[in-house]
Design a protein around this ligand. Structure first.
Ligand code: SAM
Length: 368
């Protein structure tokens, strides 16, 4: 097993590791864990770099970036995605980061993953800055869906939250995504005293355009370690905010492993306007139904956003490991997945559950 603690030296690329099966792990098949969950949804971080500095994610001055040669190349990404889809049962692949649009070879990565024999559904999570000039090429390359992060429609609030005055560029990217893709999802994080009271307006804007909006509870993955449970906007508060303008009723459609709890949105006359989702990662966690596996930009498998260990695949890959060995390392990594992230046991203030410790890496460094 090649699990390394974060901050410790990574597996030396000197040799291919000896894969020893944990006694109780099935020898073949998909990415199962001890609790019977099966990961079929892969998030691949393409870069740790980002052109925004969102307060809940990165520090104002940014983070030290990874050396170029420790980031997966296009060929390495496509090879690992190929193993995941052919040998490990992965069906959905989402490219994220950092900001994936900062990868010059993004269109090629998408095209080569779309050409894989076991083609996964391909999606992108992006801040959409620069998407206007690339949306058409991404669709032609085979991208199926786009999720754009947008926390507010107010330029000043955007500049406060993202620490960059790029609202117009994000909106231009969203327009292009709407032209090219059938379904555009918008992700928003609400921060008390900053954009909480923008929630209903953002929903109205999304409903008018046919976008599906999802609010994400802020998680303790910020670089400044300033997350405070008491200050965090909860899913219940989001529902209350939206209730000032809309009526929400639980969506009857099965959730089917999706992290968002979905609601049908109606106006005050009862007319159905669309849907909204709320991802309550902190207050109503969905760990029991988690189907995710993650690859960091350095080719490390993470079994959870909040994991403290990663399993290096890139070192063994560069040292000549064959697909069977890499698949086995990935299975072993996922077999070790914990039952839950532990954030849900209430603490107060910054006091989380005694067992919970914020991971060293930020959301931008893990791949959100
Ligand atoms: N740059 C891309 C983007 O903006 O969508 C992809 C990476 S970003 C880390 C992915 C998502 O994570 C964004 O929707 C962002 O709002 C969200 N995110 C970042 N930090 C977060 C935190 N501490 N809690 C909840 N969501 C967070």
């Amino acid at each position: 097993m090649t699990t390394v603690s974060l901050g410790m030296p990574r597996l030396p690329a000197a040799g291919v590791p000896d894969v020893r099966l944990p006694e109780d792990r099935p020898a073949t098949g998909g990415l199962v864990d001890r609790f019977g969950r099966v990961a079929t949804d892969l998030r691949v971080s393409l870069t740790d770099r980002c052109n925004l500095r969102c307060t809940y994610c990165m520090p104002a001055e940014g983070l030290p970036t990874l050396p170029k040669d420790s980031v997966m190349t296009r060929e390495e990404i496509v090879r690992l995605v190929g193993i995941a889809t052919r040998d490990l049962g992965v069906r959905q692949v989402r490219f994220t980061g950092g900001e994936p649009l900062l990868r010059r070879d993004l269109v090629e990565i998408v095209g080569e993953c779309a050409a894989l024999e076991h083609r996964p559904e391909l999606s992108l999570t992006t801040n959409a800055v620069g998407l206007d000039s690339r949306a058409a090429a991404l669709r032609e390359a085979g991208l199926d869906r786009v999720n754009v992060s947008l926390d507010t429609l107010d330029p000043d609030t955007f500049a406060t939250l993202a620490r960059r005055p790029f609202l117009a560029r994000t909106l231009a990217g969203i327009d292009a995504a709407a032209r090219e893709f059938d379904l555009v999802k918008i992700n928003a994080v609400l921060v008390r005293g900053v954009n909480l009271d923008h929630a209903a307006e953002l929903l109205a804007w999304c409903l008018e355009r046919g976008f599906e909006l999802r609010f994400i509870e802020q998680m303790p993955l910020d670089a400044d370690h300033a997350w405070d449970r008491a200050a965090m906007v909860t899913a219940a508060e989001v529902r209350d905010q939206l209730g000032t303008r809309f009526s929400l009723e639980p969506d009857e459609e099965p959730r089917d492993g999706a992290p968002a709890e979905r609601f049908v949105v109606r106006d005050q006359t009862g007319e159905r306007l669309g849907r909204v989702g709320i991802i309550a990662s902190v207050t109503e966690p969905f760990c029991d139904d988690c189907r995710r596996t993650r690859l960091t930009a350095e080719g490390g498998v993470r079994d959870c956003l909040f994991a403290h260990t990663e399993t290096d695949l890139l070192g063994p890959l560069r040292a000549g490991a064959d697909d069977a060995v890499l698949a086995d390392l990935w299975r072993t990594a996922m077999w070790a997945k914990q039952a839950g992230h532990g954030m849900d046991d209430t603490g107060s203030g910054t006091d989380l559950d005694a067992g919970f410790e914020q991971p060293e890496r930020t959301m931008s460094a893990i791949g959100g």
